[in-house]
Write a protein that binds this ligand. Structure first.
Ligand SMILES: Cc1cc2nc3c(=O)[nH]c(=O)nc-3n(C[C@H](O)[C@H](O)[C@H](O)COP(=O)(O)O)c2cc1C
Length: 347
C-alpha cells in the first residue's frame, strides 16, 4: 500500500491544493467525497468564519480532510516602506479617482496561532498542511497532540530536510511552476527555486518520508509523470480553479481560460511575497517584483481598493490572477469529475 494513503486515510494519493481567497469548504467536500484529500485554506478566515467553514466541511463528508495555514512571522509595520509603496501606487489611485490617504493599513492574511488552534481543536483535523515552514514548536505539538497528520511545502532540498528534522509526516515538493505563493522559508533568494522535474527526484532522494509533487500538474499524464519521478502522491491547485465549487471570480476564470494564462510570473505586488499569477497591467507597469512593497502580507491593504475599483469596471488590471504555469487543466468541470480524470494517472 502507498504509505501516503496509509497516512492520509484516503482512497487516492491526490490532494486538492488549499487555495486561500478562491475556495471554501464546498470544493474540499467535493474532492473528499470523490476519494481525494480536499483542503480548506485558513489563511484568510477569522476564527468565526473558520468555525462555519469547518462545520460545513465536516457535515459534508465523513472522509479525511486537510486544513491549511500559513506560518509566517507577522511583520513589524515600517512606515517608510509603506510610504514608498503608496507612492508607487499613486498613479493608479489618481486614475481611479481614489484617495490613498483614506486606505487603512492591515494584514490580510494571518499566520496559524493559538487562537486559530482554539477554534479548530473541537474538529481535530485529520490532516493539517502548512506553507512558509511550520508553526512554533508548542503550536506544532498541540496539532500533533490531537492527532493531525502534518504536511508542509518545501521549495528546495534544504527546506525538505529542515521540515523532516522538525517533524513533518510528508513533504510537499512545490516546483517553481506552481500557482499562488512560493512556500519558500529558509531563503528569500528566488534563484534557489527549482522546477518540479528537477526538484521532485532530488527531494525524494534526500528524505525518508513520502513526497507529494506540486506545481504544473494539470492532467492524468502529469500525475503519471510525477509518480514516475518518485512522488508518493500529488497536490493539484490551478486545475481546480474553474470548478463550480470554487469562488474564483468571473474575471479570474476568464483569464485562466484565455491565451493570457500562457504568461505567468512571480510577483510580490499583491501581498509582499512572491506568488505566481497571470501577468496583468499592474505587474507590467510596476514590474512583477517591486522593491517598494511592504513585508508580507502588508502590501495587500493598499492594493485592495484598486482591485475593487478596476474589477467593478470589469478589468483585472490590479487583481491577483493566481495561476500556475500550466493552466491547461482549468475546465468548468465539477471537482469530483476533475478528481476522477486526474486519478487515471495513478493506474
Ligand atoms: C489560487 C491559489 C491559491 C493558493 N493558496 C494557497 C494557500 O492558501 N495555502 C497553500 O499552502 N498553498 C496555496 N497555493 C499553492 C498550492 O498549495 C500549490 O503549491 C500549487 O497550487 C501547485 O501548483 P499548481 O497550481 O500548478 O497545481 C495556492 C495556489 C493557487 C493557484
Amino acid at each position: 500500500m502507498n504509505t501516503l494513503l496509509a497516512l492520509l486515510g484516503t482512497e487516492l494519493p491526490l490532494i486538492q491544493a488549499p487555495m486561500a481567497g478562491v475556495q471554501g469548504a464546498a470544493l474540499a467536500v467535493a474532492v473528499c467525497n470523490a476519494g481525494g484529500l480536499g483542503s480548506l485554506p485558513g489563511a484568510m478566515l477569522t476564527p468565526e468564519a473558520l468555525h462555519t467553514e469547518l462545520k460545513t466541511l465536516t457535515q459534508g463528508t465523513s472522509r479525511p480532510w486537510n486544513l491549511n495555514f500559513f506560518c509566517h512571522t507577522p511583520p513589524v509595520p515600517d512606515p517608510a516602506r509603506e510610504a514608498r509603496w503608496r507612492e508607487a501606487l499613486a498613479p493608479f489611485y489618481a486614475e481611479a479617482g481614489l484617495d490613498i490617504g483614506t486606505v487603512p493599513t492591515g494584514a490580510g492574511r494571518v499566520p496559524f496561532s493559538q487562537a486559530a488552534a482554539d477554534a479548530i481543536e473541537p474538529f481535530r483535523p485529520p490532516v493539517m498542511s502548512f506553507h512558509f515552514g511550520l508553526p512554533a514548536p508548542d503550536l506544532l505539538a498541540r496539532v500533533k497532540g490531537w492527532g493531525s497528520v502534518v504536511l508542509s511545502s518545501a521549495t528546495t532540498v534544504e527546506e525538505a530536510r529542515w521540515l523532516v528534522a522538525h517533524g513533518v509526516d510528508a513533504v510537499i515538493a512545490q516546483g517553481l511552476e506552481a500557482g499562488g505563493h512560493r512556500g519558500m522559508f529558509l531563503s528569500d533568494d528566488l534563484t534557489t527555486q527549482v522546477g518540479s522535474f528537477a526538484l521532485l527526484p532530488q527531494i525524494v532522494a534526500a528524505v525518508d518520508v513520502p513526497v507529494i509533487a506540486a506545481g504544473g500538474i494539470a492532467d492524468a499524464a502529469g500525475v503519471a509523470a510525477a509518480m514516475a519521478l518518485g512522488a508518493a502522491g500529488v497536490q493539484v491547485g490551478t486545475a481546480y480553479l474553474c470548478c463550480p465549487e470554487t469562488t474564483t471570480s468571473a474575471l479570474h476564470r476568464a483569464a485562466l481560460q484565455s491565451e493570457a494564462a500562457h504568461h505567468t510570473a512571480l510577483t510580490n505586488l499583491f501581498t509582499g511575497r512572491p506568488a505566481r499569477g497571470i501577468v496583468n497591467r499592474v505587474m507590467r507597469e510596476l514590474g512583477p517584483m517591486s522593491p517598494a512593497t511592504p513585508a508580507f502580507p502588508l502590501a495587500t491593504a493598499a492594493m485592495a481598493p484598486l482591485r475593487a475599483h478596476f474589477e467593478a469596471l470589469g478589468s483585472g488590471d490590479c487583481s491577483p490572477l493566481w495561476s500556475g504555469q500550466n493552466a491547461s487543466g482549468c475546465q468548468a468541470l465539477p471537482a469530483a469529475e476533475l478528481t476522477h480524470l486526474l486519478a487515471r494517472g495513478f493506474k
